[in-house]
Write a protein of this length. Structure first.
Ligand code: KIV
Ligand code: NA
Length: 270
């Protein structure tokens, strides 16, 4: 499995692949397909828990899913996404919450939605042995601040702000950086300037790697952002299978003899 050091050294050499996963069977499939990094995203709130945003997702929610993914993963680097307000409020709480993902659930690193408030925290985590993946550009935990999910870094001032934060987090010891929904030329510039790998989502082709929400990538999501690409139609496949099941039960064709056990000895019942 790539360690955080190996992942770091992939910058500018070979493209890094990253997908989310939230449960054991999906993690197995993603891992067997040789994806480098599995992110247990707080996007679990949208994909699996029925929330509209990631704001309500708790540490317990993410921890439960990290455990499931880590138990099913042999090779990929498992990264736990720290949910809204689980970090950056109080340092001791931040370290305890992040530490739990490694100590109790089997993650190898955490991801933080970053800002000026996570520079020192990143340094502290790294000093303590908690590897940090930074995340800049669109940070969905700010949905209430943004009033939606607008592209970031579109003017010079905001682009500079993001670039400076990227540098600061590299200096603080982050081993990689997710860039979400920023112009491709800004992502390319940041990728050029940084030594650590950038992993883009809606950030153009010039990052060191790419990440998607697995439900979007395989076509399980009901809705997905315009920057995601569907590489399959899992939703359609599942619907077809479920419809076939309903039809088979209703028509009496399932269970057939193949699916039935031999008759038991009911002598004593009579
Ligand atoms: O939660 C998530 O899935 C993420 C990725 C989209 C980077 O943060
Ligand atoms: Na996330």
């Amino acid at each position: 499995m790539p360690t955080v050091r190996e992942l770091r050294s992939m910058a500018g050499t070979e493209p890094i692949t990253m997908l989310t996963a939230y449960d054991a069977p999906t993690a197995e499939i993603v891992d067997e397909a040789d994806v480098d990094v599995i992110l247990v995203g707080d996007s679990v709130g949208n994909t699996s828990l029925g929330y509209e945003t990631t704001v309500p997702v708790t540490v317990d929610d993410v921890a439960r899913h990290v455990g499931a993914v880590a138990r099913a993963t042999e090779d990929a680097l498992v990264v736990a996404d720290m949910p809204f307000l689980s970090f950056g409020v109080d340092e001791a709480d931040s370290l305890e919450n992040a530490g739990r993902m490694l100590k109790e659930e089997g993650a190898a690193a955490v991801k933080l939605e970053c800002g000026p408030h996570t520079v020192e925290l990143t340094e502290k985590m790294v000093q303590l042995g908690i590897p940090v993946m930074a995340h800049l550009g669109l940070t969905p935990q700010h949905v209430n601040q943004y009033g939606g999910y607008p592209r970031q870094g579109t003017d010079r001032e905001d682009a500079e702000r993001i670039l400076e934060l990227a540098r600061a987090h590299e200096d603080a010891g982050a081993f990689s950086l997710v860039l979400e929904h920023v112009p491709a030329n800004l992502a390319a510039e940041i990728t050029d300037v940084l030594g650590i790998p950038t992993i883009g989502i809606g950030a153009g082709p010039d990052c060191d790697g790419q990440v998607l929400v697995v439900d979007d990538a395989v076509g399980l999501s009901e809705w997905s952002p315009s920057f995601a690409k569907q590489f399959g139609d899992v939703r359609g496949e599942m619907r077809a299978a479920v419809e076939e099941y309903v039809e088979a039960v209703e028509s009496g064709s399932f269970p057939a003899e193949d699916h039935s056990h031999e008759e038991g000895d009911l002598d004593e019942l009579y």
